[in-house]
Write a protein of this length. Structure first.
Lengths: 102, 138
């Protein structure tokens, strides 16, 4: 479209023509952004990084679950050990008294 | 259509001329590309933080593993001590202990707190033998 042509058009037609151009340009720009063929926007790196972040977050969650389970087991075993220690101390003292060892 | 005006270029400059498109594209890249790069940098930092968290959690869990293994070993020892002491109590209840057997049992009681697992197992076996002999003699 030349300037002569533009001059022969009504202002509304010129406006529509420019709008079409912008529409076309936007469409092409959108495709270009999505494909990012030349890596201007690092979209491929970003997608790969997103995937890595998801995997890392899943791993963190699993480790947190494992930590929580470990804490519970540790608590239970500590209690069990404590009970044994108390019971053994009483039993030992009782046997020492019975066998007249003191 | 709503046209959003930016500082990049006046939309009135846009026409079919390829040079304008290239200029506009160049401007777009100049303006927006750093934003994408900034986002990428943020994500890289987030990923680095995630990796640091994984290392910290792995270290914590490794410590827990050591503690749990020690606790399991301690409980095994305490459990065997308990069995030994109950066995001695049983022996004492079935008959009066005297002489060498009484001395052996007393030694077991005195030394029970400082023995490793394998030594405790030896004492447990000894007590089992004594118990069997006592039962036979009854």
């Amino acid at each position: 479209m030349t300037n002569d042509n533009e001059n022969s058009l009504f202002p509304e037609q010129i406006k529509n023509s420019k709008s079409n151009n912008i529409d076309n340009f936007q469409r092409k720009l959108k495709i270009m952004l999505e494909k990012d063929e030349f890596g201007f926007f690092k979209l491929k790196s970003k997608k790969a990084l997103d995937q890595k972040i998801i995997l890392a977050q899943n791993k963190i969650q699993k480790l947190l679950d494992l930590k929580s389970r470990s804490e519970q087991i540790h608590k239970g075993l500590t209690e069990k050990k404590r009970n044994f220690l108390i019971q053994n101390k009483k039993l030992k003292e009782s046997l020492i008294a019975k066998l007249e060892m003191s | 259509m709503n046209i959003i005006q930016t500082d990049i270029l006046d939309f009135n400059l846009i026409n079919t001329d390829q040079a304008s498109k290239i200029l506009l594209m160049d401007n777009l890249l100049e303006i927006f590309s750093p934003l994408f790069h900034e986002e990428l940098r943020k994500k890289q930092k987030e990923f680095s933080n995630n990796i640091a968290d994984i290392h910290k959690l792995t270290a914590i869990i490794s410590e827990f593993k050591k503690k749990l293994l020690k606790l399991r070993n301690d409980i095994e020892i305490e459990s065997l001590k308990n069995q030994i002491l109950q066995q001695i109590e049983f022996l004492n209840n079935i008959d009066v202990m005297y002489g060498r057997i009484k001395l052996t049992v007393q030694n077991v009681i005195v030394s029970i707190d400082n023995q490793p697992l394998d030594e405790l197992k030896k004492r447990w076996n000894l007590l089992q033998r004594i118990t069997n002999e006592r039962k036979k003699g009854m």
